[in-house]
Design a protein around this ligand. Structure first.
Ligand code: ADP
Ligand code: MG
Length: 368
């Protein structure tokens, strides 16, 4: 039976004693925007090179639409790669760069001209045909590199940190353009990045990696709201982590004793079955899920802890409060700035005694 899309199964690769990729498996659907996300050195590029045929795996298989391509040479795979550093031919015009693949495939020149013009339009580069790479900005060069990789319509495009060398504003703009281009072309994207905000913004699904392994695969919301462990919670977005010991389990919730904070009720995003009294766990509480007030909160069943405001960081769209809980740890709290002058509605200030409060559903109990 033929399976649509790309399947990677039990892929492993060592370099000498160094295990770069360890037993990695995932499937990517046709037309999906799939992100491989993880810190530098976790094995992302090594996986891409094995999918692209630039590197042979020690074990495992790569299949495209049910066909085993593990040992096919790159040019037989219907897969293209875009790297971070553009890699345009410097002595060729934009037109000739994009026309390179089609010419090798023997397309007639009038078809090439039509298609290059159409692509330049889509990428907002109309009229750039005769320019040379050195006359383009970094963002423009990277768009040309993308068009060069797309024009022959590979089934899968591998992108290795393609926006990594660009400034934040340009990067955010190109993120949107890439999504639009991917939509227009119906091509499967496997997009490597170490930037969690980029993965959240772009990916249909994200595979979070660390040290050669995939820890979790899910849509952005699941990865953010229901991480499987401490690493994923910490790596994606901001969070407050507390270490504690499970005291009791009641249905889906558990009470966790956190030194110098007190008892906190929380939930296990992936089921409370494994929880039992005495188990050491980590609690993850996102800063935006925490309410801060000078008055004791009344919400039924919420966790509440008294503290003192230690620091206030004005961030424009939001304000961050650092609150010390008793003599114990600090907690970060984000509040939206709703009033025109940017003040929090209650005008909380330094050294104010405050209450912080959050739902049990927002205190995630994670295995260490
Ligand atoms: N050709 C190579 N020779 C030796 N070690 C390598 C080679 N390529 C990658 N590595 C090592 O494998 C690990 C994973 O590298 P890589 O896949 O490039 O990570 P990432 O792309 O996530 O930053 C790193 O420890 C890296 O040093
Ligand atoms: Mg890399």
């Amino acid at each position: 039976m033929s399976v649509a899309g790309l399947q990677v199964t039990h892929l492993s690769k060592r370099f000498g004693k160094k295990v770069a990729v360890q037993d990695v498996s995932f499937s990517v659907q046709p037309n999906e925007f799939f992100c491989l996300l993880g810190p530098s050195g976790c094995g992302k590029t090594t996986i891409l090179r094995m999918i692209g045929g630039l590197l042979m795996p020690d074990t495992g298989r790569v299949a495209l639409n049910g066909r085993d391509i593990t040992f096919d040479p790159p040019e037989k795979r219907d897969i293209n790669i875009v790297f971070q550093n553009y890699a345009l031919f410097p002595h060729m015009t934009v037109y000739d760069n994009i026309a390179f693949g089609p010419r090798r495939q023997g397309w007639p020149e009038d078809r090439i001209r039509r298609e290059v013009g159409r692509l330049l339009d889509i990428a907002h580069l109309a009229g750039y045909e005769r320019k040379y790479p050195r006359q383009l900005s970094g963002g423009e060069q990277q768009r040309v590199a993308l068009l060069r990789a797309l024009i022959t319509r590979p089934q899968v495009l591998l992108l290795d940190e393609p926006l990594g060398a660009l400034d934040l504003k340009i990067r955010q703009q190109l993120q949107l353009e890439l999504i639009n281009i991917q939509d227009a072309f119906h091509i499967t994207f496997i997009y490597v990045t170490h930037d969690q905000s980029e993965a959240l913004a772009m990916g249909d699904r994200i595979a979070v990696m660390n040290q050669g392994r995939i820890l979790q695969i899910g849509d952005p919301r699941t990865i953010y709201e229901a991480p499987v462990n401490r690493f994923v919670a910490y790596f994606i977005g901001n969070t407050n982590l507390f270490e504690g010991t499970v005291q009791e389990v009641v249905g889906a919730q558990a009470r966790v004793a956190v030194p110098e904070v007190g008892d906190v009720w929380g939930v296990c995003p992936h089921g409370a079955q494994a929880l039992r009294p005495g188990l050491a766990v980590t609690l993850s509480i996102r800063p935006e899920k925490i309410h801060i007030s000078r008055h004791e909160p009344r919400q039924e069943g919420w966790n509440r802890v008294a503290g003192v405001v230690q620091d206030i960081i004005y961030l424009g769209v939001s304000t961050e409060y650092i609150v010390r809980l008793g003599q114990g740890p600090t907690v970060r709290v984000f509040t939206q700035n709703l009033r025109p002058n940017g003040d929090h509605a209650e005008a909380i200030t330094w050294d104010d005694p405050v209450w912080v409060a959050w739902r049990p559903a927002h205190a995630l109990i994670l295995p260490d």
